[in-house]
Design a protein around this ligand. Structure first.
Ligand code: CTP
Ligand code: MG
Length: 236
């Protein structure tokens, strides 16, 4: 681990919950966090980005039952701040378990294992917003015209895309707020911020970028590889 990842005394303690227990249905039924991306598992890329922030003191990864029972060697020796536990049947349940596995932290960041890249500035800004007492969600403004569509495929309306954003991760919150949010009903939750919004606590959008993509379908892995190749070409 590089020296700049040593926590500064007195600085905010950030715990990270990483849901990695999905079954990757849209990818053809694979554990996406363990897919190879340019020579390393998708999850390894994500963890490297998260661990690069020196304020991160703990990371808990929620894994599928097989991986949790016998974590791969690379994960076990990656960094002393990383622990694993078994996730649940839904993303929300996996996040809930990961949060309960975190110790004493001031802020909690949630980041999908299926998002291999964690832009440093985006993570940093999310942490800063959470440190101010609000929730933070990384996202990008919709670029296509958006439609609401009813049953049978009939278009209902064309909402103003100027206020529509794609919500991504990282998302960051004061730890007590997120823990309270996860005590409620999780059945409707597709992200963490929505549970915090439900408590009436302000959540701020933090502008992400094209690097914040989620590996969802096979084409996403190709895009991620192309991004990495391009970035490596630009290195001196
Ligand atoms: N996840 C999880 N536990 C679940 C379901 C999802 O930890 N029971 C995690 C995934 O591993 C992923 C993140 O939540 O890192 C975002 O979920 P998604 O991209 O939907 O992954 P999957 O649920 O695995 O994919 P799919 O929906 O296509 O089955
Ligand atoms: Mg899913």
């Amino acid at each position: 681990m590089s020296l700049d990842a040593t926590p500064t005394p007195g600085s905010v303690r950030v715990g990270v919950a990483v849901p990695a227990a999905g079954t990757g249905r849209r990818m053809g039924g694979v554990r996406k966090p363990f897919l190879d991306l340019a020579g390393e598992p998708v999850l390894a890329h994500a963890l490297r980005g998260l661990l690069a922030d020196p304020r991160v003191t703990e990371v808990v990864v929620a894994l599928g039952p097989d991986e949790a029972a016998d974590p791969p060697a690379w994960l076990a020796r990656l960094d002393a701040r990383v622990r694993v536990l078994e996730g649940g049947a839904t993303r929300a349940e996996s996040v809930r378990r990961a949060i309960s596995g975190l110790g004493s932290v001031d802020l909690i960041v949630v980041h999908d294992a299926a998002r291999p890249f964690v832009p440093r500035e985006v993570l940093s800004r999310c942490i800063e917003v959470a440190a101010s007492g609000e929730g933070a969600v990384a996202g990008t403004l919709a670029v296509d015209t958006m439609k609401t569509v009813g049953s049978g495929g009939l278009v209902r309306s064309t909402p103003d895309r100027g206020s529509l954003w794609h919500a991504q991760t990282p998302q960051a919150f004061p730890a007590d707020v997120l823990r309270r949010a996860y005590e409620g009903d999780l059945s409707e939750a597709t992200d963490d911020a929505s549970l915090v919004e439900r408590l009436g606590i302000p959540v701020r959008m933090v502008e992400g970028d094209a690097w914040s993509l989620k590996v969802t379908r096979p084409i996403d892995l190709l895009i991620a590889e192309a991004l990495l190749r391009a970035a490596r070409r630009e290195l001196p």
